[in-house]
Design a protein around this ligand. Structure first.
Ligand code: NAP
Length: 254
């Protein structure tokens, strides 16, 4: 029985866990940071909360006799990704990152790429606009610096306390969000500009396609730089990598 720890909090992590859940040769644990109040049901045992930095994660890997670490966190979760790389090295545990490729702008897209939320605030300009903030609730605080805009905020959990700006409304939802629903949302709120992360994948692409259809500008937060570790983009390739990693060296076909 090989012990696998999946660092999760993403749709891909949940899908990978589901895919491996029935395997009798694997003992899986899915780890969540604890960002959402009621996380989606998972197919495998879960643990919730930080490890205490890279050292804490290394100690956990050793104490729990983890054979393989999978970093399937969000592409903007740069701290845990760096911790995973360092902890895997310290504990001498193989590490694989499961990383969704970023979305790429296509004809009709009007993206403006910015480095961070502060730059996104500046990109909105001085004149009041109707803004769809699809950043999650943890990254919207900088927008209080631009109280002239009307904000529509979407997040998994309610934003508590609300953003301290005069004009904000909120929509709570976990997704996936399709193009037709996001089109209707943008139209209903008279949205003029969208602010989001380049999460990649299907589940949150609806707003990108809807913005394109409506000719709206999208302020796209750039992805952070992540550590250079072995990485795959799909669940299929992650499963293949795990199977290969589990085969004893002498039995491997080269
Ligand atoms: P982070 O900034 O990389 O990590 C912060 C700390 O959270 C880590 O140092 C670690 O604490 C703990 N942590 C993170 N992921 C964990 C996991 N899977 N299991 C256990 N502990 C974990 O990550 P973040 O704060 O979660 O997110 C950073 C960015 O990614 C934000 O922009 C956030 O909105 C985005 N994000 C988006 C989604 C999504 O599904 N849309 C999900 C997650 C994150 P210790 O150091 O104590 O171990």
């Amino acid at each position: 029985m090989r012990r696998i720890l999946i660092l999760g909090g993403t749709t891909q992590a949940r899908e990978l866990a589901q895919r491996l859940a029935g395997r009798s040769d694997l003992a899986l644990t899915l780890s969540l940071a604890g960002r959402t109040a009621n996380p989606a049901a998972q197919a495998v045992p879960m643990r919730v909360g930080g490890f205490g930095g890279a050292q804490g994660l290394a100690a956990h890997l050793i104490a729990e006799r983890i054979d393989t670490l999978i970093d399937a966190t969000h592409p903007y979760a740069a701290i845990i990704a760096a911790n995973a790389a360092q902890a895997a090295q310290t504990a001498r545990v193989p590490l694989l990152a499961l990383r969704r490729p970023p979305w790429v702008a296509v004809a009709g897209d009007r993206w403006r790429e910015v480095a961070d939320a502060g730059a996104a605030v500046r990109a909105l300009g001085d004149a009041a606009r109707r803004v769809f903030l699809a950043l999650g609730r943890n990254d919207i605080a900088p927008f209080v610096a631009a109280p002239q805009h009307h904000y529509l905020v979407r997040s998994v959990d309610p934003v508590e306390p609300p953003l301290r700006v005069p004009h904000a409304s909120y929509v709570v939802g976990r997704g996936p969000f399709g193009q037709a629903d996001d089109h209707a949302l943008l139209v209903a709120h008279g949205i003029e500009i969208v602010v989001c992360k380049n999460s990649g994948g299907e589940a949150t692409y609806g707003k990108i396609a809807a913005a394109r259809g409506l000719g709206l500008e999208v302020v796209m937060l750039q992805r952070p730089t992540l550590p250079a570790v072995p990485a795959v983009a799909t669940i299929e390739d992650a499963v293949k990598w795990i199977d290969h990693a589990l085969v004893p060296c002498a039995d491997r076909q080269v």
